[in-house]
Design a protein around this ligand. Structure first.
Ligand code: SAM
Length: 282
């Protein structure tokens, strides 16, 4: 890593609102005014925010598909002495949003990176969820493909910390049904349209939440939280070979994949679980 040259500019990842435009800090507004340019995931959304606060700083677009090419250009500008604010469409850049590549390239180039904090949907939802907030994990979006999503949930079933997911409103019911099947009927929370006009928080067991949502068209943006597993997992009730057979059937995956998953879940090596399966020992 190079050391920062006195001539280089600064990269400021800036937190912006997740809905309500009032949720922005005074410091964020000042930085957005003072920088030479704003790299924005969505320049149209950025314009709404900037117009509201009469900020006339030029914007350039910086989104997923162009991250690689744009990062190089932006780092070039930073090295030439310009300061740049990085904002995403909502919340914190880099959190299920572009930013990671640019921030890393700036760090590697020795450019100072100074965070300007702001809201993020994940923590905002966690705080009002009523679920333990002392230990939690953020999983971002679950994979959209059915098998990959079920595998992910399977591997998370023994997680003891509160789980936070981003979810599309179209997949919410499917995911809740899969959670009920794989995690059991534990507590979940839906935080929908946070800070916006139709903000809604639904708390309950998976079954209760599914009942509340029955027949409804779910719209807007959603954070889904699940209570972590209570108590230690007890594998005595099922042998490794039986679990492999169950997993193959439930997730529709081949034996070697099931062996790998069960090994990961039980914290054992693949070869040990493979041997147990073939000798049918518990
Ligand atoms: N960078 C953002 C952050 O810091 O929260 C997240 C961007 S991610 C592409 C968008 C997802 O975040 C949405 O699909 C939803 O799951 C969640 N989200 C964003 N704004 C939200 C809001 N106002 N209410 C509920 N969920 C929200």
């Amino acid at each position: 890593m190079k050391t920062s040259s006195p001539a280089s500019g600064t990269l400021y990842p800036v937190g912006t609102p997740i809905g309500n435009l009032e949720d922005i800090t005074l410091r964020a507004l000042r930085i957005l005014k003072e920088v030479d340019c704003i790299a924005a995931e969505d320049t149209r959304t950025a314009r709404k925010l900037l117009n509201r606060y009469e900020i006339h700083t030029p914007t350039i677009s910086y989104y997923d598909a162009r991250e690689r090419r744009k990062s190089g250009i932006i780092v070039g500008r930073l090295k030439a002495g310009e300061s740049v604010a990085l904002i995403s469409e909502a919340g914190l850049p880099g959190i299920s949003d572009p930013g990671y590549r640019l921030i890393n390239e700036a760090i590697d180039a020795g450019v100072p990176v100074i965070p300007i904090p702001g809201p993020t949907a994940s923590f905002t939802a966690l705080v009002v969820s009523g679920l333990p907030a002392d230990r939690f994990i953020f999983e971002g979006f679950l994979p959209p493909a059915k098998t990959a999503r079920r595998k992910k949930l399977f591997l998370l079933q023994d997680e003891e910390r509160t789980l936070i997911f981003y979810e599309s409103p179209r997949r919410l019911i499917t995911t809740l049904n899969e959670m009920k099947e794989i995690f059991g009927d534990r507590k979940v929370v839906i935080a929908r349209e946070l800070t916006k006009k139709f903000e809604e928080i639904i708390r309950g067991t998976v079954s209760e939440v599914l009942d509340r949502l029955a027949g409804r068209e779910i719209k807007g943006e959603v954070v889904l939280l699940a209570e972590g597993r209570r108590g230690k997992p007890d594998w005595k009730h099922i042998s490794a070979p039986d679990q492999i057979n169950l997993v193959m059937k439930d997730l529709g995956i081949i034996r070697m994949e099931a062996i790998k998953l069960v090994a990961e879940l039980r914290g054992r090596s693949k070869s040990e679980i493979y041997r147990r399966y073939h000798h049918k020992s518990p």
